[in-house]
Write a protein that binds this ligand. Structure first.
Ligand code: ACO
Length: 384
């Protein structure tokens, strides 16, 4: 094993052969099961695309209806989960509460199904997770913030129910449409760290729940999914520090201090535009009048984007517009990454299915740069 095969951060390394998705940076396209993700997000809705991601083909009308019914039937989580959320320390981070919730949920699974990694068994577990993650994400946050639980309303569509739990009332059509399109943009993205984590865990023949718990832990990090929360916090900091007139100087000071501006840069896109960010930025002015500071934040957004391109030749990734869009939709900031995870559950379920259907254990090697040829002393050093 030589250093020529070592790529820090596995940059450029091919981890697997997949039929699920590809970031084709040559044509700036995210290919999902053969379709352009942006075209899907323009024309379909989240449940259609979730079906596509999981089953590999778009649903017929009857299949789409049945899929939505299955998700609705399973949307409610066991009562014990609500009790667990009430027991959590109030300082628990929403993403950690969701991680714990998914882990706890595994205990309610039929033991035969839990350890069955066949395609059919994984599909059942995956659909249940897709159905239940919205209730886990929203109601764990609600408990941590002393807000009453809003249990799923199974008469509502998947995304409408998600927004209903978030807001405690049914969403208006414009909010629901925007929320659904954002959710589609997050659904699947080839081999990000969290999907890789899920596949690595699944490759030991660990179960679907374990793989999903690992994906949540990974997605929380600010270099990954956590960037959507960091991105809006950055914009709000600028607003507090002087607003649009101060934006350029503020970014320059951060760059001079060698700070990372969250929501910019991407391992795969590098110096290219993330197609999801390009698509979603059009929604920012459309939703700006929904919050009192919407116009100012949209203006700061534009300045940050211009300065980042001028100074670093970096484009926003999808977390930059989504941070602001969720804010415009009135969603509490700690829920941004849990909502991202809810969307990505479809993608990660598809990856665990694919991994288990044709498994080989992930087990890379290292370049060892530590000491060698050391020997312990003849007798024990400590008394115990
Ligand atoms: N702000 C400032 N400089 C940046 C940024 C940024 N957001 N991103 C990259 N750079 C600079 C680095 O400082 C480095 O410059 P240098 O060569 O002069 O030292 C160069 O660009 C390359 O950066 P790396 O960290 O080596 O690139 P890598 O591919 O490892 O990192 C990453 C990619 C982690 C996404 C990085 O761009 C970053 O930290 N971005 C901010 C966090 C973020 O938005 N994450 C979300 C990604 S999308 C997603 O996960 C949903």
């Amino acid at each position: 094993m030589t250093s020529e095969t070592f790529s820090p951060g596995l940059d450029g390394v091919i981890a697997t052969d997949t039929k699920i998705s590809l970031l084709d940076t040559d044509v700036e396209m995210i290919i999902v099961r053969g379709y352009d993700l942006i075209e899907l997000a323009q024309n379909l809705n989240y449940t259609d695309v979730a079906y596509l991601v999981i089953y590999g083909r778009l649903p017929t009308e009857a299949q789409g209806r049945e899929f939505c019914e299955t998700l609705a039937e399973q949307a409610e989580i066991p009562d014990e989960l609500y009790r667990l959320f009430e027991l959590m320390p109030k300082s628990t981070v929403a993403m950690d509460a969701l991680r714990t919730g998914i882990s706890f949920l595994a205990g309610f699974e039929d033991p035969d199904l839990l350890n069955d990694n066949s395609h059919e068994a994984n599909l059942k577990k995956g659909l249940k997770l897709l159905a239940q993650v919205p209730a886990l994400a929203v109601n764990s946050y609600r408990a941590l913030n002393d807000m009453p639980f809003v249990r799923p309303d199974q008469s509502l569509g998947y995304m409408e129910n998600f927004m209903y739990m978030l807001r405690g009332e049914k969403p208006d059509a414009v909010s629901l449409d925007a929320f659904d399109r954002i959710h589609m943009c997050y659904i699947e993205h080839e081999m990000p760290n969290s999907t890789f984590a899920a596949r690595v865990i699944a490759s030991t023949l660990a179960d679907m729940y374990g793989a999903m718990v690992g994906a949540v832990a990974s997605l929380k990090g600010r270099l990954h999914g956590g960037a959507n929360e960091a991105a809006i916090e950055f914009l709000l900091d600028i607003l507090k520090e002087g607003g649009p007139p101060r934006a350029e100087a503020y970014v320059m000071e951060k760059l001079e201090a060698r700070a990372r501006i969250m929501g910019f840069g991407h391992r795969v896109y590098m110096k290219k535009y993330d197609p999801r960010a390009k698509f979603l930025m059009e929604y920012i002015p459309r939703l700006a009048d929904r919050v009192p500071d919407g116009e100012e934040l949209a203006s700061i957004y534009n300045t940050v984007e211009q300065v980042m391109f001028r100074e670093k030749a970096l484009y926003p990734n999808t977390d930059f517009p989504i941070g602001l869009l969720y804010y415009e939709l009135g969603i509490p900031i700690p829920l941004y990454t849990p909502i991202f995870l809810a969307s990505r559950t479809a993608g990660n379920v598809a990856h665990v299915l694919e991994q288990h259907d044709d498994n080989r254990l992930f087990r890379p090697r290292v370049i060892y740069s530590g000491a060698r040829d050391l020997h312990p002393p003849d007798k024990a050093i400590s008394p115990g």
